[in-house]
Design a protein around this ligand. Structure first.
Ligand code: FE
Ligand code: FE
Length: 291
């Protein structure tokens, strides 16, 4: 068991970030008219550990950093693993979560998939729910929490005020580069998100692992599920093209509630569900993938 560097990793576990998101974007109750925006005063509610996590994230996620991480990881030369094997590998993540009350990573994945399945979602979307967080294995390769999770945002252009704790960007070296501080920055109006560098994390990494095997809607769900400034706040429309607009509406927004609101205290029966999911995995993926 390795000890966790608390200074680089202020969260007691990755779920602390997701619990914070859930409080910032509470599940609308029947009858609520909600545009998906955050109304709650998240500043007052954020734990010091969560605030510190965002401080590090906003300070160190620079354009150069995300470029370097893409070069480091996107050759997919670390391991070859099957999907279920990757789920079990992710489950070896050691943090301070309480095994009696907190969900394991596999349990979160299964709850997301099962809630899509319960709503009669298509098979590829159930599978997307199952795998969407596998990119968090970056933590097992020594990446700090702020480089794996956290709401993502574009680099090389101005930071939207809708990003959580925008004031922390004052310490980001990119704030001194004039070219990066315009609405389109190094990109052009309507260029499309594929041309935009988002902050590095588990979304972008997993997208590259699975991009040859899943339909486009699934790939959007995976690649942009942490892009809260765009999918919940409506920011960065200037960088999107028509395809992005369409797929945020039909795919990314459709997926988000399953990710954010599917957590229940009832733990899924992993062994009982495994055969169904092994079959589903085999329908789309080879036995081994490059990671
Ligand atoms: Fe995620
Ligand atoms: Fe998730």
């Amino acid at each position: 068991m390795t000890t966790i560097d608390r200074q680089a990793n202020p969260l007691s576990d990755l779920d602390e970030w997701e619990d914070f998101l859930q409080r910032r974007y509470p599940e609308p109750k029947a009858g609520d008219v909600v545009e998906g925006r955050a109304f709650r005063d998240y500043r007052a509610e954020a734990r010091p550990s969560v605030k510190e996590f965002y401080r590090l994230n906003h300070r160190y996620q620079t354009l150069d950093f995300t470029r370097a991480k893409r070069r480091e990881y996107l050759g997919l030369e670390r391991r070859t693993m099957g999907i279920w094997e990757a789920m079990e590998y992710l489950n070896t993540l050691v943090d301070d979560s309480d095994p009696d009350t907190d969900l394991t990573q596999i349990e979160h994945l299964l709850q997301t998939a099962e809630s899509i399945r319960a709503d009669g979602g298509p098979r590829w979307m159930i599978l997307t729910g199952l795998i969407h967080d596998l990119g968090k294995i970056l933590c097992l390769w020594g990446e700090p929490q702020w480089a794996v999770v956290g709401d993502t945002f574009p680099l090389g252009c101005e930071w939207s005020e809708t990003i959580v704790f925008p004031e922390f960007f004052a310490d980001n070296p990119d704030s001194n580069v004039a070219e990066y501080q315009t609405a389109n920055g190094i990109s052009t109006e309507g260029a499309g998100l594929d041309q935009v560098m988002l902050s590095w994390g588990h979304d972008e990494y997993l997208y590259h692992v699975v991009r040859d095997y899943l339909p486009e809607e699934a790939l959007y769900m995976i690649r942009y599920h942490s892009f809260y400034p765009a999918h919940r706040e409506g920011a960065y429309r200037n960088l999107m093209n028509d395809k992005d607009m369409r797929l945020f509406k039909t795919a990314v927004n459709a997926f988000n509630p399953y990710d954010l609101y599917s957590k229940t205290p009832v733990k899924p029966d992993v062994a009982a569900l495994r055969p169904f999911y092994e079959e589903l995995i085999a329908e789309y993926f080879p036995a081994k993938l490059r990671w």
